[in-house]
Ligand binder design. Structure first.
Ligand code: IDP
Ligand code: MG
Length: 138
C-alpha cells in the first residue's frame, strides 16, 4: 500500500466527445486527487516518445497520428495505489473486453478510440509524468 501518482490522458476522442468532466468526476469521487492538469496538442515527437514501447508494431504510426490529431487533457492523478486503481477504472485495452462500470466499458467500442490512457507501472508513471509535466507537479 502506497500513495502513487499516475499519468492519465483523456485522448482526442474523449475530448471531442466532451467526456473530460465525467472522467474527472469518476476519479474525484473515487477519492483520487488531481495534482496536475494540462490541455495540449501533443507534438509528433513527444507522442513517439510517450508510446516508445510500441515502436515497430504495425499500429504505431496510426497510434501516433491519432493521439496528435487534436488536443488531449493530461492529468496527474494521485492517491493510494493510484496506478492500478486508475487502470482498473479505465477497463481493458479493447473496449469490447472492458467491463460495464469502467470508463472504456461505458463509453467506447473501438480499440483505437478507447478514450483514456493510464500509466501501466511505477516506471511508466515516472517516465510519462516527467514527459507531460516537466516542471513538476503542484
Ligand atoms: P493501454 O492503453 O491499455 O495501456 P497499450 O497496449 O499500451 O494499451 O496500447 C496503447 C494504445 O494503442 C491502446 O490504448 C489502443 O488505443 C492502441 N492499440 C493497442 N493495441 C492495438 C492494436 O492491435 N491495433 C490498434 N491499436 C492498438
Ligand atoms: Mg499502455
Amino acid at each position: 500500500m502506497a500513495r502513487e501518482t499516475t499519468l492519465v490522458l483523456i485522448k482526442p476522442d474523449g475530448m471531442r466527445r466532451g467526456l473530460a468532466g465525467e472522467i474527472i468526476l469518476r476519479f474525484e469521487r473515487r477519492g483520487l486527487e488531481l495534482r496536475g492538469a494540462r490541455l495540449l496538442k501533443i507534438p509528433k515527437q513527444m507522442a513517439r516518445e510517450h508510446y516508445a514501447e510500441h515502436k515497430g508494431k504495425p499500429f504505431f504510426g496510426s497510434l501516433v497520428d491519432f493521439i496528435t490529431s487534436s488536443p488531449v487533457l493530461a492529468l496527474a492523478v494521485s492517491g493510494e495505489s493510484a496506478i492500478s486503481v486508475v487502470r482498473t477504472m479505465m477497463g481493458a485495452t479493447h473496449p469490447l473486453d472492458s467491463a460495464p462500470g469502467t470508463i472504456r466499458g461505458d463509453y467506447a467500442l473501438e480499440l483505437s478510440e478507447n478514450i483514456v490512457h493510464g500509466s501501466d507501472s511505477k516506471a511508466s508513471a515516472r517516465r510519462e509524468l516527467a514527459l507531460f509535466f516537466p516542471d513538476g507537479l503542484v
